[in-house]
Design a protein around this ligand. Sequence first.
Ligand SMILES: Nc1ncnc2c1ncn2[C@@H]1O[C@H](COP(=O)(O)OP(=O)(O)OP(=O)(O)O)[C@@H](O)[C@H]1O
Ligand SMILES: [Mg+2]
Length: 385
Amino acid sequence: MSPPQNQKHERLGSLLSSRRVILSVGCGGVGKTTTTAALGLAAARRGLRVLCLTIDPARRLAQSLGLEWSSSEARVVDAALLARVGVPPSGSMTIMRVDTKATFDGLVRSLAPTKERAERILNNVLYTYISTSLAGTQEYMAMEKLHSLRDDPRFDLILLDTPPTTNALDFLDAPERLVGAIDSPAIRWFVQAVEGSGRLSFSLMARSTAMLLRGLGKVTGGGFLEQVASFINEMNSLFGGWKQRADAVSATLRAPDVAYVLVTTPDPLAIREVTFFAERLLAEKMRPDAIVVNRVNPAFPRTDPTALGSMQALSPQHAEQLAGRCEAALRDAHGQGHLDRLHLFALDTVREESGAPAVFVPTFPADVYDLEALSEISEILAPST
Ligand SMILES: Nc1ncnc2c1ncn2[C@@H]1O[C@H](COP(=O)(O)OP(=O)(O)OP(=O)(O)O)[C@@H](O)[C@H]1O
Ligand SMILES: [Mg+2]
């Protein structure tokens, strides 16, 4: 079985200079943040002004870039630090953490017809829940931020590190889902029941529903249902603007100057996830632009007499013991590398269907958090010319 090899992959390099936005997509923990930062570095090395948008506080990585991570302000990586890994003065790297709640607050403020209405929404207890915990909010706000920055003249390229969802598809659907949650028939019905007075009108409801809601009101107490009703009513006033905005965000995700880099490891579940995602893109007449296969184990030989010989020469009195250990370690490493290559066959179909090149990144001996390791990965992904 031939080992995965990186042949020619100018493709990733050319994406850096030909696209406006690059999204790294994949399931949790596969290396999306690492890939985004490494691609950002590769682009900065090409003299581009890069913005890396992330939700995920990869603290150690941020620290090694000299950034403190508590703020969601845009942080510019020190030019002297970047120069150390070959970034010319024209290139730069800015990192911005997407603050989900602050982005949502901004959206509410920009869409509400009056300041007072915006404040009423922002102060509603339900808003806190929706803006921080509702499934899909994080994904949507990342897209929202991307949309608001995509024409920013300070940057040549924007890289978005998608949130650590378990399902990569979540974020492609996020705009529609969040709007759908607000425009659902159940909510429209609820709004109808409260329209006008802002209070829940039981007379408009079927008797059984009214009884159910009265019962619920008793359990939750404290005017909770009225809070829900008034919240939905207020949110409804944003709806037209929001729907339009979500359509624009959705269009941003599907624009031709956006590239999708699918990130996976050789793990079958991660491969399955990027395969689903690639199929979804193809079904929408888009295509993945590259597949990064991260954390591939090296193809160790089953035996290595030269290595064993030199170890035994160092410690002849333990020759027999060393032979046993060396054999076991090589067997394990060989087995792992072999297994990775077997799993990677599952990517063949998607590679053929989409024409996306795969770039293989080996497992590093330790976590990738310093600039030098990041630079090494960026050279694998998009080698400097
Ligand atoms: N090739 C590699 N070799 C060794 N460690 C790696 C490699 N790539 C990534 N890592 C490490 O694996 C961990 C997960 O990587 P990363 O944070 O980039 O994944 P992620 O997909 O962004 O995760 P999440 O879904 O949680 O956001 C990090 O500690 C990172 O340093
Ligand atoms: Mg991440």
